[in-house]
Ligand binder design. Structure first.
Ligand SMILES: [Zn+2]
Length: 106
């Protein structure tokens, strides 16, 4: 989960609130109980309140929209998200290979 929260910059995809890791949950856009996969593209960061409110339902059923979309981190981005100790010059090298659209650049 820490990797998922880092990808989503600790921001809830439903209400946009930024929370500490303790208040965040891994939210499946299509619930696993309804055939949703446990994958990068079906997972998003949500605060406990929004996750509980959505429960086992689909976004359309609750009228909740996503503020941002999930994506699969590329290899270099993945290394950064894993939070290894990275030296400054290596970090620069890695960031150069991360797509401009990545939230790691924001
Ligand atoms: Zn929320």
């Amino acid at each position: 989960n820490p990797k998922l929260f880092a990808r989503d910059r600790h921001v809830c995809a439903y209400c946009g609130k930024r929370s500490p890791e303790d208040d965040l949950t891994r939210e499946h856009i299509v619930p696993t109980s309804r055939g949703g996969a446990d994958s990068w593209m079906n997972c998003i960061t949500a605060c406990r309140g929004c996750n509980a409110h959505k429960g086992n339902r689909l976004c359309e059923e609750v009228g909740m929209g996503l503020l941002y979309l999930p994506y699969v981190p590329n290899l270099h981005e993945d290394m950064i998200l894993r939070g290894r100790r990275i030296l400054a010059d290596q970090m620069e090298f890695l960031l150069a290979s991360v797509p401009r659209s990545s939230r790691l650049h924001v």
